[in-house]
Design a protein around this ligand. Structure first.
Ligand SMILES: Nc1nc2c(ncn2[C@@H]2O[C@H](COP(=O)(O)OP(=O)(O)OP(=O)(O)O)[C@@H](O)[C@H]2O)c(=O)[nH]1
Ligand SMILES: [Mg+2]
Length: 331
């Protein structure tokens, strides 16, 4: 069993890159399972990946690098025994400590032939993340076998050069590949590079490093889920992506007004009982949210899940912003 870890800070684009890569491996006939780890009560990324016909195992309610280490090992063992995947693609939470994660894996009693860590760096927010002094973001770069500098569609060529130099100074040994999750050509280049590394990196003793110190500040988390029956909600609203985009955008504006430092990610997924989902997410206070998916017509039930991870705000004001924008969501 080969393991590919797609690490990176909150909202850096891990799922956006992992999804087409896992699809590509599956199309090539590889048996792939994705492990999704989210801090919230309920995940959003797994729903989105499942809608795209991928095999997903989710581990929620904490981080696999620390509180859920044993859940990670037992999930891997179970998958190895029952499903025998060739490749496991793992998305740790955006606040996982990469060294702690590697140290948990070094104790894995099953059979891992290789382990590759690709770290996704958010080009748009890199400087903000560094200025918040979140050492995990630096460790993610240091521990990577390959660095994907994502969202380059949002920055200027001059800035790109500057960022690449900064990253090279932090990790002079690993290749840095420019990418945008919205650019097929760049994705293809990245995927070829990952494939060239995937089976070749062996787990080295030197990497079994243990750093038990908990590092950096943590985001405040608000995670809610609510189910509506067809007659409880105005369906014309649901059909309008704009309505939900506006709600997520308003959440971001209110967070900025409340003095938050950084949006890790605000994600809203609307999933129907038929196949179909709408995912609206943002990592920015000012840019309009991204939308993917489409709800089918003719469903009888929808489930809304919102996960917000935000730096520099207390739990109470974060909850009250979510209450204000989404008054239907119970605490
Ligand atoms: N402009 C642009 N936006 C991107 C790109 N990649 C991802 N995004 C957007 O960035 C946000 C976060 O992307 P995700 O793929 O959810 O990031 P993630 O790292 O999986 O996030 P978490 O799981 O919450 O840590 C979403 O709104 C994406 O649509 C990119 O290359 N360019
Ligand atoms: Mg994700």
């Amino acid at each position: 069993m080969h393991l590919l870890i797609i690490s990176g800070f909150l909202g850096s684009g891990k799922t956006s890159i992992l999804m087409p890569f896992a699809k590509r491996l599956t199309a090539k006939g590889k048996k792939v399972v994705i492990i999704e780890n989210e801090i919230g009560e309920k995940g959003v990324d797994d729903l989105y990946l499942r809608e795209n016909d991928l095999q997903v195992r989710e581990i929620y309610h904490g981080c696999i690098c620390c509180d859920l280490r044993t859940d990670l090992i037992s999930s891997l063992l179970e998958l190895e025994r029952d499903y025998k995947p060739e490749i496991i693609v793992m998305e740790p939470t955006g606040v996982a400590d990469p060294y702690l994660l590697l140290s948990s894996l070094s104790g894995y009693p099953g059979n891992l032939e290789s382990r590759t860590m690709v770290s996704i760096v958010d080009a748009e927010r890199f400087e903000d993340i560094l200025s918040l002094k979140i050492p995990l973001a630096i460790d993610g770069i240091k521990s990577a076998d390959l660095i994907a500098l994502n969202k380059i569609d949002l920055i200027s060529p001059e800035n790109l050069e500057k960022l690449r130099n900064q990253i090279n100074r932090i990790n002079p040994d690993s290749e840095v590949q420019n990418v945008s999750a919205y650019d097929e050509k760049l994705l293809e280049d990245l995927f070829k590079l990952i494939e060239s590394k995937l089976f070749s990196i062996q787990i080295k003793e030197a990497e079994k490093r243990i750093e038990l110190e908990k590092k950096g500040i943590s985001p405040t988390v608000c995670s809610r889920s609510f189910e509506f029956l067809k007659d409880e909600i105005c369906l014309s609203e649901l059909e309008t992506k704009k309505y939900f985009e506006d709600k997520v955008y308003r959440t971001a504006v209110l967070l900025e007004e409340a003095g938050a430092d950084l949006i890790g990610n605000v994600k809203l997924i609307i999933k129907s009982d038929k196949d179909g989902y709408l995912l609206i997410s943002t990592t920015s206070f000012s840019r309009y949210p991204e939308v993917s998916g489409k709800l089918p017509a003719g469903y009888s039930k929808v489930v809304f899940t919102i996960n917000a991870m935000v730096y520099g705000i207390e739990k109470e004001p974060l909850n009250s912003i979510i209450n204000k924008v989404f008054p239907h969501f119970p605490d």
